[in-house]
Ligand binder design. Structure first.
Ligand code: IMP
Length: 435
């Protein structure tokens, strides 16, 4: 297997971090291509918990190279803190991390601007992570953003910063937001971040191109999930980047012709954090049962996640957008205690059954789920590593998801540890990772 994308097939938090960590053994380089420190990957290795926000989880494998691509937005303070935490845990980060010189930089005023857009009267709040992600991407698209290449050059940084900071001060003043930002202090602070990060900043597109030419294998890791993609997700309740597979090429600067396969990660159920439509949300006590069993709280913000049942139309849609070669199903064990497991197999809208994903906010909010109930297995699957050892009902459940979505299930995870995983014998995934 040469170059592969692993990304979320739902609304994020599918367990991508664990899957990337698991497969990164077979790759030389792991690349993040979008998002920022709004993402949180939790990986457990040998009982130790690592939370990664910006750095690809490949860093946890000794000797692997981790790349932060141009499509990522970087809060340098958050990145430096993450590097220091990982180094304190004994990992070698600085020598194995490359940061794109074209990635955009998040400043504290991006968070202040986000307060305006989230808190303005009459505006539907998105329920963002409040990390300044959206406003930083706005500046990128508005062609006034500041990139890592500028951050590491004090002479370039000053004038760009003054112009951007002035815009923000005017905006904050117009919206009567009291912001006591010390812009001069901020510039000094950021110039210092630039000095510290400089040794890791380079043209990562070129780095990847050369590595691929030498026959190195690259794994691209998505953050958030397809339904949070700015184009294909449940707009406007989305993040501001291209989380779908196409985003990997844009956000890493690699040609689409270099991608060999695309893997979608999905929970055996579904969750979402923040506002927005959620057709198969369990609004009864099962929402709490799943949340407790699956410890469904945001890795970054600690917010309780909204929980619900596997949504087939949504998975079919994200398969259309991404062209998944195989699905990796996580957290099967969370459903161990449930008697009957509903699966959303279709949507009804205005009394009619619909097969496509509605595009408008109103239609998405009006969608009613059509459920089919499957018998639960009422037995522990925690840590099971062989498909044959799964209870028959759990196998039937997985088969049902496979038939309904039209994508093979190549891998199933039954616990947070690296080894609590099975690759399905005879699957396309097995063949992909064997080559
Ligand atoms: P933002 O990315 O902070 O702008 O937030 C936009 C939406 O994306 C909100 O609903 C967030 O809760 C959601 N979101 C952002 N990052 C993640 C993530 O890593 N997992 C799940 N949801 C996320």
């Amino acid at each position: 297997m040469s170059n592969l994308i692993i990304l979320g097939a739902q609304w994020g938090d599918e367990g991508k971090g664990k899957m990337v960590d698991l497969f990164s053994e077979r790759f030389d380089i792991v690349v993040r291509y979008q998002g920022g420190h709004n993402a949180g990957h939790t990986v457990f290795i040998g009982g130790r918990k690592y939370i990664l926000k910006l750095i690809p989880s490949g860093i946890l494998r000794p000797g692997k190279m981790a790349v932060i691509g141009n499509g990522v937005v970087i809060d340098p303070a958050a990145l430096i803190e993450e590097i220091e935490n990982l180094e304190a845990a004994g990992l070698s980060v600085k020598n194995h991390l490359a940061i794109s010189n074209r990635a955009h930089v998040i400043f504290p005023f991006h968070r202040s601007v986000e307060k305006i857009s989230e808190g303005r009267p009459g505006r539907v709040a998105i329920g963002t992570t409040s990390r300044g992600i959206g406003p930083c991407y706005e500046d990128k698209a508005g062609r006034r953003g500041i990139r890592m290449a500028d951050l590491i050059e004090p002479d370039a940084l000053g004038p760009l910063f003054q112009s951007l900071a002035q815009d923000k001060a005017t905006l904050l003043h117009a919206f009567q937001i009291e912001d006591e930002a010390d812009f001069d202090g901020m510039l000094q602070e950021y110039a210092d971040y630039g000095r510290r990060l400089r040794p890791m900043v380079c043209d990562t597109s070129l780095l990847l191109s050369r590595a691929m030419a030498e026959g190195k294998h690259v794994l691209f890791e998505g953050a958030q999930g397809t339904m949070l993609d700015v184009d294909h997700g449940t707009y406007p309740f989305v993040t501001s980047s291209s989380a779908a597979a196409g985003g990997a090429c844009v956000g890493a600067g690699v040609p689409p012709t270099k991608i060999d396969a695309i893997l979608g990660v999905s929970k055996a159920y579904i969750t979402r954090v923040g506002g927005g439509p959620f057709p198969s949300e369990a609004q009864d006590e099962y929402g709490d049962i799943i949340r407790n069993a699956g410890n469904e709280y945001g890795a970054v913000t600690g917010r309780p996640r909204r929980c619900g049942w596997f949504d087939v139309p949504l998975l079919r849609y994200t398969t259309t957008v991404n062209g998944f070669d195989s699905l990796l199903i996580t957290k099967l064990d969370v459903l161990d205690e449930i008697d009957e497991i509903p699966v959303c197999v279709a949507y009804r809208l205005g009394g009619r059954q619909v097969t496509e994903m509605p595009a408008t906010r109103a239609a998405m909010a009006a969608v009613e789920p059509v459920y089919e109930k499957l018998p639960g297995w009422r037995a522990s699957t925690k840590g099971v590593t062989s498909y044959d050892e799964l209870p028959q009902q759990a196998k039937d459940y997985l088969k049902f998801l496979e038939q309904q979505t039209g994508v093979e299930i190549g891998c199933v995870s039954t616990g947070p540890e690296r080894n609590q995983t099975m690759v399905i014998a005879g699957s396309r995934l097995e063949r992909l990772i064997a080559t």
